[in-house]
Ligand binder design. Structure first.
Ligand SMILES: [Zn+2]
Length: 177
């Protein structure tokens, strides 16, 4: 279980590839959102660039969240790919950053903490409004109600049309007599 990477060990030729497992106990996740977490599988490839490093990989695991609607606890799968640049802060304002390169992180440390990498990616994957299932979604519930109202409204309209037709029929019958 590798946790920290010494970036100065990475040469320009070969990217450093790491496959490891990070225990959830060393990953700082918001306790009010995440009640439990599995160990996280991490695959990461770090490539040395003329300036800084390219960090890409994938985090997989499971977290236990609380449904925002029924308050039931449920398991949420994490499977997140990432790809960003790690740049020394000394490069800020150096005109080296092209606009559009939004996935940049700044760090002057020579050590990359893999537990921090996992933490950042998992936090990004946490839903704003956790729901235990699609059926538990408030949105589909109100939509269903709306459809019901709409259907009733249409039925009423159809009834009105029938009434007018009956009136017309009665009138015609009257003429016949
Ligand atoms: Zn729920």
């Amino acid at each position: 279980m590798k946790r920290k990477v010494n970036l100065s060990e990475i040469t320009t030729k070969e990217p450093m590839k790491i496959d490891t497992e990070i225990q959830s106990s060393i990953v700082e996740l918001p306790p009010e959102e995440v009640s439990k977490a599995s160990p996280f599988k991490l695959h990461v490839e770090i490539t040395k660039k003329p300036i800084g490093y390219q960090v890409k990989g994938r985090v997989e695991g499971e977290v236990e969240l609380t449904c925002s609607r029924c308050l039931k606890k449920f398991t949420h799968k994490i499977d997140k790919e990432f790809d960003y640049k790690l740049m020394p802060t000394s490069q800020i304002g150096g005109g080296q950053i092209k606009s559009g390169e939004l996935d940049i992180k700044f760090s002057d440390e020579n050590v990359l903490d893999l537990a921090e990498v996992v933490q950042e990616q998992v936090v990004l994957e946490l839903p704003v409004k956790p729901l235990c299932s699609e059926e538990c979604s408030e949105v589909s519930y109100t939509e269903g109600e709306f459809e019901e109202e709409e259907r009733k409204g249409k039925e009423k309209e159809i009834d009105k049309r029938w009434e007018k037709l009956k009136e017309l029929q009665n009138k015609l019958k009257g003429k016949e007599k």
